[in-house]
Design a protein around this ligand. Structure first.
Ligand code: ATP
Length: 369
């Protein structure tokens, strides 16, 4: 089938197919040529892909609630489910003659594809439900994209939080999706409960306190049919993200930092009734900002690597495919350590943060802004 026919099926707000098509990038991976949309356009989500005669819709943006007390009843009219939000990377796994894993921005990632085939074994699911895609979070300390630690995960795993029609993006209901995850043995996020909006305020607050105590990310609230979603995150998550941003201060945009300070301030205003508690929180926030930045300046002064450090494991072929995929995206990598046991290889690498490295070296050498 002509690729262009797929663009017609996308149901966009563009005046004609050509107008939409010009925003798609042509890419190749895994011996396939495909088209991906790097930014949302004409009502079509970022990361939407057309590969051969299959359309894989991007995962929608999830709005954030800033004030639970007013935000939940304003946003939700009907009952909602509260699920844990896991801190990892969004992956869509779709059946394009074989399972393929797509990143949020619509790249086919060969490494993630191979790991998803191994860990989720989705063939039986796709035999029974060929039109659906699995939306999963790749989580754990050993992934090529994020490194958040979870007590129960040694290396990495996929957690399925959504099942959607590949072409229309329409989700299954929360209960159908959770039932299918059990049926096919897919790990899934914890469900805290189902609430009417007024009761959900306390329900979410309790869940957030439990998650925060365990340094976990937060929750996603979803209408029971799965169409409408909103997210809310913990203090520890805000601090972790700020620590990350300030460890690479000249590579992360100011908007990234400001938005996290705003969500932290609204949560502190709503949660910290006591002035002493608020002051302690301010202290924790200050540490999250200053300590990582000073550490990076000192690392640069000692000529250490500046960037994000990752560990990945897999077969030598999987690791080679991953490194090639990352180099294709023009990343500068420093490969630090390679161990091999039987057919499993472990590699540590740094994605070099060039702007931070160069800017800090400049300031250290010249001592002037
Ligand atoms: P968005 O565009 O959705 O705001 P983002 O990357 O800016 O994306 P995030 O804070 O990462 O925002 O939150 C959205 C992401 O959370 C989803 O794309 C998904 O990968 C992830 N996620 C983790 N757990 C869940 C869950 N239980 N339900 C839905 N999404 C989840």
């Amino acid at each position: 089938m002509d690729d262009r026919e797929c663009f017609d099926r996308l149901d966009s707000t563009a005046s004609d197919t050509e107008d939409l098509f010009e925003h798609f990038e042509r890419r190749t991976a895994a011996d396939r040529t495909y088209h991906a949309l790097p930014n949302a356009r004409h009502g079509i989500e970022r990361g939407t892909v057309v590969v051969e005669d299959t359309v894989v819709r991007g995962y929608p943006k999830i709005p954030r609630i800033l004030v639970l007390d007013t935000g939940i009843p304003t946003f939700f009219e009907n009952k909602l489910a509260v699920e844990e939000k896991l801190d990892g990377v969004n992956v869509r796994i779709a059946n394009v003659n074989e399972p393929l894993a797509f990143t949020r921005s619509g790249y086919i990632c060969p490494y993630t594809t191979a790991r998803a085939k191994e860990l989720l074994a989705p063939n039986e699911f796709f035999c029974d439900h060929p039109e659906q895609m699995l939306c999963a979070e790749l989580v754990g300390p050993e992934t090529p994209y994020t490194t958040h630690d979870y007590e129960e995960i040694d290396s990495h795993t996929f957690c399925v939080f959504d099942i959607r029609d590949c072409e229309s993006g329409k989700p299954l209901s929360v209960s159908d999706r959770r039932r299918l995850c059990v049926e096919y043995g897919f790990p899934q996020p914890r469900l805290f409960g189902r609430y009417r909006p007024p009761q959900a305020v306390d329900g979410v607050r309790d869940a957030i306190e439990t998650l925060d105590a365990a340094a976990r990310e937060g929750v996603v609230m979803k209408t029971l049919h799965g169409e409408k979603m909103a997210k809310y995150t913990t203090e520890s998550q805000h601090h972790e993200e700020l620590a990350y941003a300030f460890s690479l201060p000249f590579d992360r945009g100011r908007e990234f930092v400001f938005s996290r300070l705003v969500r932290e301030a609204f949560q502190a205003a709503e949660f910290e009734a006591d002035d002493d508690q608020l002051r302690e929180r301010a202290h924790r926030l200050g540490e999250a900002i200053l300590l990582p930045m000073v550490e990076t300046i000192r690392d640069a002064a000692n000529d250490k690597s500046i960037g994000e450090r990752f560990t990945v494991r897999g077969s030598p072929q999987q690791i080679d495919a991953l490194l090639e995929h990352l180099y294709d995206q023009s990343l500068t990598l420093e490969i630090d350590e390679i161990t091999r046991e039987n057919d499993e290889q472990t590699v540590e690498f740094v994605k070099v943060a060039e702007a931070t490295r160069d800017q800090i070296h400049y300031y250290l050498e010249h001592g002037i802004h």
